[in-house]
Design a protein around this ligand. Structure first.
Ligand code: CUA
Length: 349
């Protein structure tokens, strides 16, 4: 090598030495920042089995981080300790210690064996049947959820799931069209809703509260608006809610609402919707027997208020394009009838 070439390499090495320490410091900072990620909802479960899964996850994460830091520290030490000091004699080092090789083969094996055993145990406990659970049939539809309480005369509560706290529940999950995924992050895990298959998910909700759920499998253009509301409540509140749901629809109380009921029963609504206690028994769309008691409309796309309910009936596709519910053309319904229809439906508490 020419003297000029050597000089260039030395200058390059010097420059590298200059950036080395700030570089290492930046790398450490980035690694530390990555450790401080905000805990997501799935890591704070409110179900017994979700907690089992979460514990396993945290343990696996801690072990993995331990391994990463151990390797990084060893690598760092080796790089410092055996760096090129310009001492040629160093190159002819001793051969490796066979005990070391045994150690770094056996240690990962044991670590993986522990994780494997714990994983299989957690999978078993998560899939275990519960004693005397509440049975809820969950059906995914483009793009709404149906929750049917099999033990209570198939009471249907679309997009709004009510559960008593500290009581086991067994969901039977399926789909009427494409693959969806039943996901309430705070439950701790999710189960796919597959057409033609029934899958079960068993858990006991442990904390009272209102939780959000969503479809977690892309299922078409309104996938993002396939939400659900999960209300975990004291047993008494749940019983009261269930008794109200088991009753048929309330009779309309005002002339306007009675007019709205006529519009509903004589129009196209009945071909898709059920209102128990009336002649409406369509099953394509959500059951509306107690639609007035729900928080949201259109699987979470709107709050259930008078004006938004009216907008929804007038032209649901303008709000949620692609859905089956057709708009009510202005030539088919007067503003007055639309108002009556809205009054009738919001009275269905
Ligand atoms: Cu259903 Cu995504």
């Amino acid at each position: 090598m020419t003297a000029r070439g050597r000089g260039r390499i030395e200058r390059g090495a010097q420059r590298l030495r200059f950036v080395r320490w700030p570089g290492i410091a930046a790398l450490l900072l980035v690694s530390l920042a990555a450790c401080g990620f905000p805990p997501g909802e799935a890591f704070d479960p409110v179900s017994d089995r979700g907690s089992d899964i979460s514990r396993l996850f945290v343990l696996s994460l801690a072990l993995s981080l331990g391994v990463v830091f151990l390797i990084a520290a060893l690598l760092f030490l080796i790089v410092i300790r055996f760096r090129d000091r310009g001492d040629k004699s160093q190159a002819s080092g001793k051969t490796g210690d066979p005990r070391l090789e045994v150690a770094w083969t056996v240690a990962p094996f044991l670590l993986l064996l522990v994780l494997f055993t714990l994983t299989v145990r957690t999978m078993r406990s998560v899939q275990e049947a519960a004693e005397d659970p509440l049975h809820v049939r969950v059906t995914g539809n483009q793009w709404w959820w149906n929750f049917e309480y099999i033990d209570n005369g198939d009471v249907s509560s679309p997009n709004e799931l009510h559960l008593p706290v500290d009581q086991p529940v067994e969901f039977t999950i399926s789909s009427s069209d494409v693959i969806h995924s039943f996901w309430v992050p705070r439950f701790g895990w999710k189960v796919d809703a597959i057409p033609g298959q029934e899958r079960t998910m068993t858990l006991t909700p442990t904390d009272i509260g209102v939780y959000d759920g969503a479809c977690a499998e892309f299922c078409g253009n309104q996938h993002a608006w396939m939400r659900m509301l999960v209300v975990v409540e004291p047993a008494d509140d749940f019983e009261a809610w269930m008794q109200a749901q088991e009753r048929g629809a309330v009779e309309p109380q005002t002339d306007q609402a009675r007019g709205g009921q006529d519009v509903f029963l004589n129009g196209t609504c009945v071909s898709c919707h059920t209102i128990r206690g009336t002649d409406a028994d369509g099953t394509v769309g959500p059951d509306l027997t107690h639609v007035g008691s729900r928080e949201n409309l259109g699987a979470g796309v709107l709050d259930n208020t008078h004006d938004q309910l009216k907008d929804w009936i007038r032209d649901a596709r303008a709000i949620k394009p692609g859905i089956l519910m057709p708009p009510y053309p202005v030539e088919q319904i007067s503003e007055q009838d639309l108002e009556s229809l809205t009054a009738y439906l919001e009275g269905l508490k």
